[in-house]
Design a protein. Structure first.
Length: 227
């Protein structure tokens, strides 16, 4: 019995059956479009998987209820630990209990090494917070710290006077007309202790920073056994 051959299908847009060449072209096009759609789908799926992994990692990272506002370091302990590396006693002033020492570290440089303490200060009457810092800088060969380095720490501000606090002579930098939004140095004091340069500065009031400088002087005097 003869096998019946299926009549060619008429393609609507052609109005006639496809030629073998047209059929091959159509199949090749359909295959290409399928692969392209599959690639896009895979990309979307990969992106969703990546986002899901990021979310999982984010949720797995432990986070306390505090943060920088609650962060505080023990200046006295850190100063004692860093002093052998510095080759000298490092200043650790006593400050009001309301203050928080955010950082106390020994910083090395090409020519100057510095002991840097950063505080968040608090006015107990108003609760207003500000910034205060203490820097004890020195060189490995005992040469004076260069004026350029000091100027960089004090944001290139010019000295405005001199005064004596805690038995030490200080150069003052009174620039309280500046905005604390754009500067960390509204008022500063500079002195020397042996071969070391001592800086006290910040955005708190001159009166508060003078008290800090006095506490710094007491700490230095105690470390030398002269108090």
């Amino acid at each position: 019995m003869a096998k019946n051959h299926k009549a060619p299908v008429v393609v609507a847009e052609l109005g006639r059956p496809e030629t073998p060449a047209e059929t091959a072209t159509r199949k090749a096009r359909d295959s290409r479009l399928y692969r392209e759609r599959k690639t896009v789908n895979n990309l979307v799926f990969s992106l969703l998987v990546s986002l899901g992994l990021v979310l999982v990692i984010f949720l797995m990272v432990p986070r306390g209820t505090g943060g920088f506002a609650d962060h505080e370091v023990n200046v006295t302990t850190l100063a004692a630990e860093a002093s052998p590396s510095a080759g000298r006693d490092l200043v650790a002033p006593e400050v009001p209990q309301e203050w928080k020492a955010k950082q106390a570290e020994l910083r090395g440089g090409d020519k100057v090494t510095s002991w840097q303490i950063n505080y968040t200060t608090v006015d107990p009457a108003t609760g207003h917070e500000a910034y205060a810092a203490v820097t004890q800088a020195f060189t490995s060969d005992g040469e004076p710290v260069e004026d350029l380095w000091i100027a960089q720490q004090l944001e290139q501000q010019a000295p405005t006077g001199n005064e004596k606090l805690g038995g030490m002579e200080w150069i003052t930098y009174d620039h309280t007309d500046r905005s604390s939004d754009n500067s960390n140095v509204l008022f500063a004091l500079q002195s020397t202790w042996g071969d070391d340069t001592i800086l006290v500065y910040g955005t708190d009031s001159p009166a508060t920073l003078r008290l800090l400088a006095t506490d710094v002087a007491k700490s230095l005097a105690t470390s030398k056994g002269t108090e």
